[in-house]
Ligand binder design. Structure first.
Ligand code: IPD
Length: 271
């Protein structure tokens, strides 16, 4: 398979569709917690591992010189300069509970899998329970099931619906909740759906106006950030302490929202 962005997006979509079918099949058979990772909230199922193994195998068959970085199985180096950044099941807790809000997320970036420096190439996010396919190449259009997506254009923070999420350590949860306590009275409302890749795609589709989370992992946002940016979202990231914040937002309010969030972070984190 060639390294042209569209060819990489085609391959990502083919692999994500196969992975999504496997996730649906395993969900129908019944899912249990196989292990806990960083905290009691951070669970993994056998399906997460099996779906990642399938994705990893398919990528290395088609593009043996590319690097790989996955939530469950870690990193493999490559020589091509491209890295596949994969979350086999984003929204594992929703998946465990039988909620449809989970996703297979496959992003392709140039460089190391660090959101501060990587160069986005192509991204595909599939919601297996609904069959929705979000897809984009950097600099191209973002689509949902082939139809173009565009971010919303709220006129003020009072009209801004903000999606968010919570990382898994107790400290990160407390910090995020404290920032949100200040945010919730300034914006239209806050949503916590439980799958970061789909939060990014919701910004792209205009079903929320922004998504903000501190300490999100690269595999959660690699594909979704490409979809969001291609749909016109501004993607901002910055670091406070040793934790990176991510904000994906409609350009009409990004400046005001970034200023507010950074002020709240400074208050909470004492910087
Ligand atoms: C999690 C989800 C959640 C976000 C967490 C992620 P996982 O991913 O995307 O919405 O708030 O930070 O870790 O563990 O379900 O793949």
């Amino acid at each position: 398979v060639s390294a042209a962005p569209d060819a990489l997006a085609d391959l990502a979509e083919t692999i994500a569709r196969e992975a999504a079918a496997l996730a649906v099949q395993r969900r129908a058979e019944g899912v249990e917690v196989a292990d806990r990772k960083s905290s009691i909230a951070d669970v993994v199922t056998a399906a997460d591992r099996e779906v990642e193994a399938l994705i990893r195998r398919r990528i290395s068959e088609a593009r043996p010189d590319d690097a790989f970085f996955g939530e469950e199985s870690g990193a493999a180096t490559g020589t091509s300069g491209l890295t596949w950044v994969v979350d086999p099941i984003d929204g594992t807790v929703n998946y465990l509970y039988g909620s449809p809000v989970y996703a297979v997320s496959i992003g392709v970036v140039r460089g190391v899998p660090d959101p501060a420096t990587w160069e986005p190439v192509a991204g595909v996010v599939i919601a297996p329970a609904t069959g929705q396919v979000y897809r984009a190449v950097a600099g191209g259009a973002a689509t949902l099931d082939g139809r173009p997506l565009a971010v919303a254009a709220p006129e003020s923070l009072a009209e801004t619906l903000v999606a968010t999420g919570f990382g898994y350590t107790a400290e990160r949860r407390w910090e995020q909740a404290a920032v949100l306590a200040g945010l919730i009275t300034e914006v239209r409302d806050v949503r916590r759906a439980g799958a970061a890749a789909l939060d990014c795609c919701a910004v792209a589709a205009g079903t929320v106006d922004a998504y903000y989370e501190r300490g999100i992992n690269p595999w959660d946002v690699a594909a979704g950030s490409i979809v969001a940016a291609a749909a016109g979202a501004d993607v901002r990231t910055w670091e406070v302490g040793d934790t990176r914040s991510f904000l994906f937002a409609a350009p009409s309010i990004v400046e005001d929202l970034a200023t507010l969030v950074r002020t709240l972070e400074d208050d909470v984190l004492g910087d």
